[in-house]
Design a protein around this ligand. Structure first.
Ligand SMILES: [Zn+2]
Length: 137
């Protein structure tokens, strides 16, 4: 006899809930009582949305996840399509920011000392303009 866990993960509401929130049937399917009452389509939709947002835990979008997101863009559910779109956009924005960072690092690395000073002087001038003088930094 194994030790009983006192919580279960519901794949629909994406949270760990106490055992009593699951019926025998729901238990095995990892869907809590409350979510079991939803229609299969609603459950399916929510599971997909959870999966989509789960991808944002990673720094990079894997090829498989990207493929899946592309598929979800054509899903029957608007909620799923919108979630997929927003996550794709989030990763594209992240990629763009990283590229800019890389370019800046490259630019700085290739600068002469004078260029470097000039570059950051300009930056400072901009900041002076931007922040008020009585800030402590
Ligand atoms: Zn649930």
């Amino acid at each position: 006899m194994g030790k009983k866990r006192n919580g279960h993960y519901c794949v629909v509401c994406a949270s760990v809930l106490p055992n009593e929130k699951f019926s025998g049937k729901g238990h095995s399917r990892h869907i809590c009582k409350k979510c079991s009452k939803k229609s299969a389509a609603e459950q399916d939709e929510q599971i997909k949305v959870n999966k989509i947002y789960g991808m944002t835990r990673f720094m990079n979008l894997s090829k498989n996840n990207k493929k899946q997101l592309d598929k979800y863009l054509n899903d029957d559910s608007k909620k799923v399509r919108e979630a997929a779109k927003s996550v794709i956009e989030e990763f594209e924005e992240l990629k763009r920011i990283r590229k800019e960072d890389d370019q800046l690092v490259e630019k700085i690395a290739s600068m002469t000392e004078e260029e470097y000073e000039e570059y950051f002087d300009e930056d400072e001038a901009y900041q002076d303009d931007f922040f008020s003088d009585d800030l402590p930094f």
